[in-house]
Design a protein around this ligand. Structure first.
Ligand SMILES: [Zn+2]
Length: 489
């Protein structure tokens, strides 16, 4: 062997050594694929607990919990399609927090995604859920096999080493669908132990979604975890014990007619006059109210998200032009009722809320929003609060609105309702929701409605009309009809 040959051999050995140790995001993902298999599809099922995000009894509590009687998910990795079904029963006894408690018997939820189409089954066929496409695609990409596939396909996956619970993990991070990011924690067996991603949330901003996988088992050459936990914004949303796994099960998820290409649901606002200077603002799943004072406007509730609250603000400006919106009442901290608060802050409106919520909002309103900037990101302002203890009165001599904390209810102890003593109108969320016209009576009366009724009686409030934040305005008699349903044990 001459010197030239020796040099070439040294270079070759060095190159081989380098290839052996220096792993790339792509090679780690491929190693994961070798360890757990690369099925075209998978179906897994089990049971455990499921939680309604943002529906805790009070701020900073865990989300409201339900027993997950059964859970089945089928994923077609070739088509990026998924069908997820959960059957939940009441866990909290007595009911505590939101999430449409109590569940009488059991409640079934089904959701689908396939490529750029997402939908839910409805009584009259599939209902497009285009706004959920990104989240549902991410939920495929954070499964062990979904992660391995997406990370191997990503052109720019990076790796780093982190120590988690004393174990060394290789963390593979890659961008997903442009604005998202996925980080998978791979252990020394090339198993996916944890996947992190961040989703835009109206209340929590760039919200961490963390899924952990443990106790992998082998199913005909495909490895799958038997313990799955997901947290969103720091609290569990799913705890699943997997009992059955079928790799390469025939997953037929066909996009129904009318779903492909459906635009995201438009924000619809319809207002109706309840009394002079008092409007009920509906048109969607969550209502608001607009109340005119001598020199300003007061709005009850900025629900859901920035888009909904902005549409409510625009409607208020249309109903009462030339008067500034000075106050907005937030009835309680549940995410579906507080998701629009940032739009009010951007508008310079003072937020009225029960005092227990203020520290929570100071924290959440300031959380970063880089994935989906909103009104307040574009026009940053400090929030202004006026807190409510037991009771707070808004009055200017011509109009009076009483804001009352309904403490004694198991939905949310910080609940504040608005009562107009002259008009005898009560504006309330979630404690009583009228049935749609001609709907059959429910199997039982909601304990929240019983609690509201007890509070109204104790305060001797003369309520003639209820303007609920879900459903339609109804005379008080509708609530009495509901209260006449025999109580369920
Ligand atoms: Zn609620």
């Amino acid at each position: 062997m001459n010197t030239k040959m020796l040099k070439s051999l040294v270079v070759t050995i060095a190159a081989l050594a380098l290839a052996g140790c220096a792993r790339s995001g792509k090679s780690v993902a491929e190693d994961v694929g070798k360890a757990i298999g690369t099925p075209k599809s998978i179906q897994y099922s089990g049971s455990g607990s499921i939680y309604a995000i943002g529906q805790s009894y009070q701020p900073n509590d865990r989300y409201s919990k339900f027993t997950l009687k059964s859970y089945t998910r089928a994923i077609d990795y070739d088509k990026n399609a998924s069908r997820e079904e959960d059957v939940r029963t009441q866990f909290e006894n007595p009911p505590r927090g939101g999430g449409q408690q109590p569940v009488f018997g059991e409640r079934r939820g089904v959701s689908f995604v396939s490529g750029e189409a997402a939908w839910n089954p409805g009584p009259n066929g599939a209902v497009p859920a285009t706004q959920a496409v990104d989240e549902r695609q991410i939920q495929i990409a954070v499964t062990p096999h979904g992660f391995a596939k997406a990370a191997a396909a990503a052109a720019d996956a990076t790796i780093e080493t982190k120590t988690e619970d004393g174990k060394q993990m290789t963390v593979v991070t890659f961008p997903f669908h442009g604005k998202y990011k996925i980080s998978g924690f791979v252990d020394d067996q090339n198993l996916v132990a944890k996947v992190q991603t961040w989703l835009p949330h109206p209340v929590l901003g760039d919200m961490l979604v963390e899924t952990t996988y443990a106790d992998y088992k082998d199913y005909n050459g495909v490895k799958f975890p038997t313990k799955i936990t997901q947290t969103q914004g720091g609290f569990p949303t799913l705890e699943l014990n997997v009992s059955e796994v079928q790799p390469n099960a025939a997953a037929t998820i066909e996009v129904p007619a009318g779903v492909a290409g459906a635009p995201p649901a438009a924000v619809k606002v319809e207002s109706q006059k309840l009394a002079d200077g008092v409007w009920f603002v509906g048109g969607g799943s969550h209502n608001s109210a607009v109340i005119e004072f001598k020199d300003h406007v007061f709005i009850v509730e900025g629900p859901l998200d920035d888009e909904r609250a902005s549409a409510v603000i625009a409607e208020a400006k249309k109903l009462v032009p030339n008067k500034p919106i000075k106050y907005a009442l937030n009835t309680h901290h549940h995410f579906d009722h507080s998701g629009g608060l940032r739009a009010f802050v951007a508008e310079g409106v003072t937020i009225l809320t029960q005092e227990m919520n203020k520290p929570y909002y100071e924290k959440t309103l300031a959380m970063p929003r880089t994935i989906k900037p909103d009104s307040l990101s574009k026009a940053p302002k400090e929030p202004k609060f006026q807190t409510i203890g037991d009771k707070y009165e808004l009055t200017d001599g011509t109009r009076t609105v009483q804001l009352i904390n309904i403490k004694n209810n198991t939905h949310n102890p910080g609940m504040v309702v608005a009562y107009l003593p002259k008009e005898k109108i009560l504006i309330e969320p979630d404690l009583f929701t009228p049935l749609p016209p001609k709907a059959p009576m429910p199997a039982g009366v909601s304990p929240f409605t019983v609690e509201l009724n007890n509070s109204l009686k104790a305060m001797k409030l003369d309520v003639r009309q209820i303007a609920p934040l879900h459903g339609r305005p109804v005379p008080m008699a509708e609530m009495q009809k509901m209260l006449a349903i025999p109580k369920k044990g």
